[in-house]
Design a protein around this ligand. Structure first.
Ligand code: MN
Length: 309
């Protein structure tokens, strides 16, 4: 059995469904070992659960919904984000006893290869396997992206992962800022025994142009080497004005979900409402933006919407 875990709230149910479709579409079940069990850490409405379950009419997989007690994260900073982003910290202790290994996937990505190829990578003594992220100031060179991670649950239990992050949360000063929340914690706690995966297992903004040589419009057969596309930017493929060069891969899968009819289509009204909200948010942060030459230079280079996103 191949185990996959997601964490999500009601807003992301539809995007998680698109990921499930993308996993199944690219997967061949040759034997019982290849069957997939999805574990969803979530507190979803009945309606959203039913819709996710209805995918079983088309695809052959197992699915379990696991409720999460959000008070467990009371000591961690959230700002205005959903506590969902911390659910993954529970992975080593919230799953059934017999799950010794699991692939964690974000709900803002799309599989473009058979997940079995990732599953078959041997973890041996490693705690996790993941892809390197962009090294920024104050971030270590071996900083990993938390969107696609293979967890060696047995090893993480022995390592005491859950105790370690709770101890860490206990000493966090009030009002502290974690720039990337759960991802910063994961990188802080796990500083050793990380198996670095090939970048094509988590193709995000940072490594997309590195892998494609910058030629994003005309990828040709190169597209087949991008195993997982992770839409990490603000410009998610389901939003109006998204300019992600691989947004069509998301839309193709989203159309095959119970939410899918209008995936990727936005009426003029929706686009205007979205643009007004963006503009307002931007204006609050940069009230004098229209006086700044730098702003207009960016508009010229990237376009107005991309600049204010
Ligand atoms: Mn993500």
């Amino acid at each position: 059995m191949i185990n996959i875990v997601f964490e999500l709230d009601d807003k992301f149910a539809r995007h998680c469904a698109a990921v499930i479709v993308s996993v199944m579409k690219n997967h061949t079940i040759a034997s019982a070992e290849d069957r997939i069990h999805f574990f969803l850490l979530c507190n979803l409405t009945e309606e959203n659960r039913e819709k996710l379950l209805s995918l079983k009419q088309t695809w052959d997989f197992e699915i379990s919904f696991i409720n999460v007690d959000e008070t467990l994260f009371a000591k961690l900073p959230l700002d205005n984000n959903s506590p969902t982003l911390y659910y993954r910290l529970l992975i080593p202790e919230i799953l059934p006893e017999n799950v010794e290994k699991i692939i964690h996937l974000d709900s803002d990505l799309i599989l473009n290869a058979d997940i079995k190829r990732l599953w078959d990578i041997k973890l041996d003594g490693y705690l996790i396997a993941a892809v390197l992220d962009e090294p920024k100031i104050n971030r270590k060179k071996t900083y990993i992206n938390a969107g696609v991670v293979v967890y060696n649950i047995k090893a993480l239990k022995e390592f005491g992962f859950c105790k370690k992050w709770r101890d860490y949360a206990d000493v966090l000063p009030q009002g502290v800022k974690l720039q990337y929340y759960d991802q910063d914690i994961l990188n802080y706690i796990i500083d050793e025994r990380v198996l670095f995966l090939e970048p094509n297992w988590n193709v995000e903004k940072y490594n997309l142009s590195l892998l494609t040589g910058g030629n994003l419009e005309n990828l040709g057969t190169l597209i087949y080497s991008l195993n997982i596309i992770h839409y990490t930017t603000q410009s998610k493929p389901w939003l109006p004005f998204s300019e992600h060069p691989l947004k069509h891969l998301y839309i193709k899968c989203a159309k095959l979900t119970p939410w899918g009819n209008q995936a990727g289509e936005h009426s003029f009204f929706e686009r205007m409402v979205y643009l007004s909200k963006l503009l307002l948010k931007f204006w609050i942060v940069h009230p004098l933006f229209f006086f700044k030459a730098k702003f207009w230079a960016r508009v010229k280079e990237y376009g107005f919407v991309e600049t204010i996103i």
